[in-house]
Structure formats: C-alpha cells, structure tokens
Design a protein. Structure first.
Length: 271
C-alpha cells in the first residue's frame, strides 16, 4: 500500500512539472511574444558581415566567388542595401537562377552580356544587374528593406556614425547646421586609394544645407586653410582631408527635388 502511495506521489510531481513546463514553453511565450519592432537584432557595423548575411538569408547569392563591396544608404524617401560580388558563371546562368525566384521579371536590357531583373522578396523590392569586367562577372543586388527592417537599421546606423569625431573639428560645424537628410555605411570601397583606409568602413551623414553655394565655398576655404593636406576629386566634386587619424570627405549636391545637401563621410584609422 505504501509503495502505491509513493508511486502516486511521484506521478503527481511529474504531472505538476509537465504542466509548469507547458505553461513556460508554450502559453507564456504566446502572450509575451515580441513584435518585430521589439525584436531588434544588434548590428555590428565594423564589417559588412551583417549586410551579406541578410542578402544570403533573404535572397541567396548564386555561385559567389568573393565579395567586392557592400553598402547600406538611406534618405527620407528611400533606403538601399547593396552587395556586389564576383562569379565565374555566365550571365545566362546567373539570369536563369534569379529568374527562378517567384515573381521575378526581366527589365531593361537582357542579353548574353547584360542582366536586369526585378523581384519582390517578402514584400521588399530587389533589383539584380551586372557590370562588365575583363577578369570576372560582377553581379550587383540592390534590396529595399521593408519599413520595420529599415527603421531598425537606420536607428542603429545613426548611433554608429562617429559624429562626435566630426563635432570635434570646429571648421566642419558650418556644414552640419541643417537637418539630418540621410546617411550610409560602405565597405571595401576604393581600398587601393591613398585617401582610404583598407578594410575600414566608411560612415556618412548628410545634412540639408540652408546656406548658399557661396556660403559653402567660404566655409570650405576656411577648412582648406587650416587643413592643407587635402585632395580634390573633380569627377565627384568631393574634397578629402586627412585630419589626425581620420579621413573626412565633404561634398555638396542638389537632389531631384532641388534640396541642397552636404554629405560628410569619415573613416577612422588606427592610432
């Protein structure tokens, strides 16, 4: 009799444990489940791994040999995640692969040397095209993130951009007087250029510029007078400065909506 009572006690204890487990593993998570906005994945901006992982997971990179460059940029009206990679596969093989994606369509020029495809991936617009190279096939994927992913990424990028370094240079303050217009982070761009640090991300923040072009030139002249170690790239209308261990670039441009914008980029090298 005593043996049966002990068995009942053990069964009762096991039953209680099972009920608690069900509550903890099934019922509680159901009612405490986080929304997409709350489940923010922390981004490490020190390398392009986060961009390339998103592209690999959401799209898949057909027969990638190696990455060439990657970037994420945004402004008030759009965002763009971009990955460029090399492959030895033919344009036709690459086209056939990406056209197999549900809803994929050819647009623009498509022939034995040119590739242009558009498709929606989980509600996000994707464009796939190619560049000519005598050495390898160059494929570029351009993904527009949905509003949730874009907001999470933009918010974290805003925290990652080293604006404190820019704030520490008094002559640059005159370029940062307007509202924030957008920004970007780029990886592996112009690695062989003397005015970049190889394998170091390039961060940028853009500001609406309320002054005139003459005001911009005056502020630029003051900066050039203080920091004489600079380079001017006429093709991009961009000035590059080496200030301490930083490479800073400045350019002024006008958008399609006639907005005047100053873009400031910065790379921080090792001390």
């Amino acid at each position: 009799m005593e043996k049966k009572e002990n068995q009942f006690k053990i069964l009762a204890i096991l039953l209680v444990i099972a009920i608690i487990s069900i509550i903890g593993l099934v019922i509680v998570p159901k009612y405490l489940q986080k929304t997409p906005e709350e489940t923010v994945e922390i981004i490490d901006f020190s390398s392009a791994d986060w961009i390339e992982k998103i592209m690999e997971d959401q799209v898949g990179l057909f027969e990638k040999d190696f990455f060439l460059n990657s970037a994420f940029s945004y402004n008030p009206r759009s965002n763009r995640m971009l990955v460029t990679y090399a492959t030895q596969k033919s344009v036709s093989e690459v086209r056939d692969h990406y056209l197999a994606l549900p809803g994929a369509e050819q647009t623009g020029r498509n022939d034995e040397t040119s590739l242009n495809i558009t498709v929606q991936i989980e509600g996000q617009d994707l464009r796939i095209y190619n560049y000519y190279s005598p050495i390898t096939r160059v494929i570029e994927l351009e993904l527009t993130l949905d509003s949730v992913q874009a907001t999470q990424t933009i918010d974290q990028l805003g925290e990652a951009i080293p604006t404190s370094e820019l704030n520490g240079i008094s002559e640059i303050q005159d370029f940062m007087i307007g509202e924030v217009f957008g920004g970007y982070v780029r990886y592996r761009y112009d690695e062989l250029d003397e005015y970049t640090y190889p394998f170091t991300p390039i961060f940028s923040r853009a500001y609406l510029y309320p002054g005139s072009e003459e005001d911009f030139d005056t502020a630029l002249a003051a900066l050039n007078k203080t920091y004489i170690d600079f380079k001017y790239d006429q093709t991009q209308n961009t000035y590059y400065y080496k200030i301490n261990n930083q490479i800073i670039s400045i350019n002024l441009f006008v958008t399609d909506l006639n907005e005047q914008v100053v873009s400031l980029s910065i790379q921080i090298g090792e001390n």
